[in-house]
Write a new protein. Structure first.
Length: 240
């Protein structure tokens, strides 16, 4: 298996068909022997059933997993990652905010040995932002960045820890995610910290990005769970 694509989804019945089709077309168009792993995080809107019924090319394997309860994006990504078999593994947020073709640059970085984890970044000067975040979300994003810099040792060369478009060497992804404890949005931070701990190299690549106004993340609406999870991540890493 060349490439596994994990798509976490919660109440995404209106988007998931398009997401799976875009991922399948990317795999087929680049002659990848690949798989798509959709993880429904306890949706009640038919996301699971819709994803199951998407037709994909015979060269692409589609696996749809369901969590009986809503646990959070971190749990969904972790569940999907541990089920992958690809030599390279990526996850992409539902909504196709970043076109799958952007993954080719990250894959090349992994293949030529530049890094072990390749993160898409909206903050690089080469990135193309087609639709900006609303101002409230930009403010909360800056606050979050300050928090993680203040309380956790995040490498300063990482400009965009929360971009939902990341690619890994497959064995490294499965190792890191098997030890991840974060069920919520802080799983990105935990994976970075655990990668640092193991001496894995992380690099960023520019992406073309369109803001999804239907995003489930709102640091302004749910700040305390985010802060609580940051503290839990810090405690877990500090015990090592």
């Amino acid at each position: 298996m060349d490439l596994s694509i994990v798509i976490p989804a919660f109440e995404e019945s209106k988007k998931i068909r398009r997401d799976v089709q875009a991922a399948a077309e990317f795999l087929r168009g680049n002659d990848f022997h690949g798989e798509i792993v959709v993880v429904d995080d306890g949706s009640q809107d038919g996301t699971y059933e819709t994803a199951q019924n998407v037709d994909v090319p015979s060269s692409v394997k589609l696996k749809v997993l369901r969590c009986e309860q809503h646990r959070g994006k971190g749990h969904a990504v972790r569940k999907g990652m541990t089920e992958t078999t690809g030599q390279y593994v990526m996850f992409a947020d539902a909504g196709s905010c970043v076109p799958y073709g952007n993954a080719l640059l990250g894959l090349e970085m992994l293949k030529d040995g530049s890094c072990d984890l390749a993160h898409g970044s909206r903050k690089l000067i080469e990135s193309d932002i087609l639709q900006e975040q609303p101002w409230r979300r930009r403010i909360s994003s800056r606050l979050f960045k300050w928090l993680v810099r203040r309380f956790l040792q995040i490498p300063r060369h990482l400009t965009d820890t929360q971009c939902g478009f990341k690619i890994y060497k497959g064995n490294i992804a499965r190792e890191l995610y098997s030890r991840c404890i974060s069920d919520g949005f802080m799983f990105d931070i935990e994976i970075i910290l655990r990668a640092q701990e193991q001496g894995y190299r992380i690099a960023e690549f520019p992406v073309e990005w369109t803001c999804d106004l239907d995003s489930r993340l709102s640091l302004t609406r749910t700040p305390w769970p985010v802060i609580s999870e940051l503290k839990a991540v810090k405690r877990a890493i500090s015990k090592k």
